[in-house]
Design a protein around this ligand. Structure first.
Ligand code: AHR
Length: 623
């Protein structure tokens, strides 16, 4: 195969092509990106039975020293948003240590090189110390401790107490750790005391208060993505009325955030709220595509045209909150919450998958236009994204979000799917994933194989070749907790103390690291697309050729000859991504680690001509 790369003649490429989708799915928010380490910290509902509900309980908390723990609704509540608290009843005559411990989200990361801080709100009589510590269930050791002094009577109502910041004395050998709060039982004997809104944070990404987990944010940062769609997916829609994601219930004091049943089996605490998400986007240096709820619940219930206005008004308030200056009502609220400068938003996506669950007719007939008209009138330069193809206002420049899921073979077949696509309006693929190997269609696999990741790479080449119309792409889902979702795909999976970078992660990273600003025509001789696929682009400093070998030949006798027209270069950088076989997968470090490898070499050539030999039948190369 010989590939001649022209020096001009292609299309402009989107600067956003590689993006991210954030939705709280299987603990990508709570117990994932959101740095809060205590589970069920404010008794907002039950997540324990695989279906989120507002039934309250003390799950994930366990008594210490003969006390009993119960869910309690006595007055005064800590806030109207958080009407339930945990009551600790201490038997009369108690003399020893009492208290409770929390399980965390499948344990805790205890790292002796990092800082931690704990806090709680308490109502009731207590004057004494609260000892707070990590305990390893694997080794039976205390790994690090801190304390807080509490001096309060029941007439004081709710009082918040903080521990001193502390660094654990030992790093946990694994994530099987618990976190204890213990009290002097003799001072509580015969009494009941009440607790709510606990907190334990490890130092966060960019040291933000109420911020995000450092290792996961670093993983996102290293993907070099250009945008993030947030909040996205089914979780924004809510299973049923009235549990759609409500921006105004995710801002301000944590005491004023009621939380909601998420759609993926878990209660959302909403501690990772609108401002925390925007802050994360800023810290990652990515543009935001804001997801707004468009009147469709996952159970198919739709807000009628007559009742839609309050929802449109709420979105307009949200936009003023994010984009208005300090003289506006909602802009002033944002400033009061520590964000004096308005954010920048260039894209808003109206709804999520409105073609499902019976949403299509109402989307076309009134839902989309109600939001579109209101937003467009005030913010004419913001691009509005429809979730249905064709979009309802294609003459007005609204764009489209297509979601593409399927097996490996399907993703290979999508390579040329956009070659003849209409150029009438821009298209995002704001969710895609090869969810199974080969032509298998039953369920998903738990980790993307090299074959699946190469198929996704072929699909991305197709996007890149057509990136005058394909503006962006984002994998669905981005992050999942490994313990909760071992059987479905995500770009990254995490446990309390580990991160699994899938081969798909590396495909996206390698591609995003080497983006062109325009495509370049490539002429093939002695072969066509398959088993090798390619895309040629250029930016101001480089000509870039991306190749995917998909069940192809290897070795120098099957090398691909590349000629870069007009180039006099004698060296090029070659980056390859592969793994031992098409079925290889990456795993958590403690379960065998990564099978994929990335290799960077300097390739010698002559006057813009280079020879690329694949070392494996399934391999990705960027020259
Ligand atoms: O990311 C997984 C889910 O897939 C999203 O919530 C939804 O939009 C899609 O169906």
């Amino acid at each position: 195969l010989t590939l001649d790369i022209a020096s001009s003649g292609g299309n402009q490429s989107s600067s956003l092509l590689y993006g991210l989708l954030y939705e709280d799915i299987y603990h990508s928010g709570d117990g994932g990106l959101y740095g809060e380490m205590l589970r069920n910290r404010a008794f907002q509902g039950s997540s324990s039975d695989g279906a989120a509900s507002l039934a309250r309980n003390t799950d994930y908390w366990h008594p210490v020293g003969g006390v009993s723990l119960a869910i309690d609704k006595s007055s005064p509540a800590i806030s109207s948003s958080l009407p339930y608290q945990m009551r600790m009843d201490v038997p009369a005559g108690t003399t020893g240590t009492v208290g409770f411990y929390n399980e965390g989200f499948w344990g805790f990361d205890v790292d002796a090189t990092k800082r931690y801080i704990a806090s709680l709100h308490m109502r009731g009589d207590y004057s004494g110390a609260v000892n707070c510590y990590f305990y390893s269930t694997t080794t039976g050791q205390v790994l690090g401790s801190t304390s807080m002094g509490i001096h309060q009577t029941s007439s004081a109502g709710w009082v918040q107490s903080y521990s001193a910041t502390f660094q654990p004395s030992k790093t946990g050998s694994d994530g099987n750790n618990t976190f204890y709060f213990t009290f002097d039982g003799s001072k509580l004997a015969g009494k009941s005391v009440y607790f709510n809104v606990f907190s334990l944070f490890k130092q966060t990404f960019d040291n933000r208060i109420n911020g995000v987990r450092e290792d996961l944010a670093d993983a996102l940062l290293n993907m070099n993505s250009k945008y993030i769609r947030l909040p996205g997916g089914n979780n924004m829609e809510g299973n049923s009325s009235p549990y759609e994601w409500k921006w105004n219930e995710t801002i301000g004091s944590l005491l004023d955030r009621p939380g909601r049943p998420g759609t993926w089996g878990d209660i959302n605490t909403d501690g990772f709220g609108l401002l925390e998400m925007m802050q994360m986007a800023q810290d990652l240096g990515v543009e935001v595509i804001l997801g707004i709820w468009a009147g469709l619940y996952l159970d198919g219930q739709v807000v009628s045209q007559a009742n839609l206005k309050p929802y449109v008004d709420s979105v307009m308030n949200e936009l003023e909150f994010l984009l208005g200056d300090k003289t506006t009502t909602y802009g002033a609220k944002r400033a009061a919450l520590g964000f004096p400068s308005p954010f920048t938003i260039k894209w808003i996506e109206i709804g999520n998958e409105d073609y499902l669950n019976g949403g299509t007719n109402s989307y076309y007939s009134y839902r989309f236009m109600a939001f579109y008209n209101a937003i467009h009138a005030v913010y004419p330069s913001i691009n509005l994204v429809s979730t249905i193809n064709p979009n309802p206002v294609n003459s007005n420049g609204s764009s489209l979000d297509l979601h593409i899921y399927g097996n490996e073979n399907y993703f290979v077949s999508l390579f040329n799917t956009f070659d003849q696509a209409s150029r009438k309006y821009p298209v995002f693929i704001n969710e895609y994933a090869a969810t199974n190997t080969g032509s298998n269609n039953i369920g998903q696999v738990g980790a993307q194989t090299l074959g699946m990741s190469c198929a996704e790479a072929i699909f991305l080449l197709g996007c890149e070749r057509n990136s005058d119309v394909i503006v962006g792409s984002a994998y669905g889902a981005l992050i999942k907790n490994y313990n909760e979702a071992p059987d479905t795909v995500a770009v990254i999976k995490h446990t309390a103390n580990e991160v699994l970078y899938t081969i798909s992660y590396y495909v996206q990273k390698v591609f995003a690291d080497h983006m062109g600003t325009r495509t370049l025509p490539v002429t093939a001789t002695n072969g066509g697309f398959g088993p090798v696929y390619w895309s040629g682009t250029a930016n101001s400093s480089s000509t870039i050729l991306k190749l995917v070998n998909y069940n192809g030949k290897t070795g120098s006798s099957n090398a691909v000859q590349v000629n870069v027209k007009g180039s006099s270069k004698n060296i090029a950088t070659l980056i390859t991504l592969t793994a031992p076989s098409s079925t290889s997968v990456n795993n958590l470090p403690s379960l065998g680690g990564e099978s994929s490898t990335i290799t960077t070499t300097t390739l010698s050539g002559s006057a813009g001509s280079f020879s690329i030999s694949f070392s494996k039948p399934y391999e990705i190369a960027v020259l």
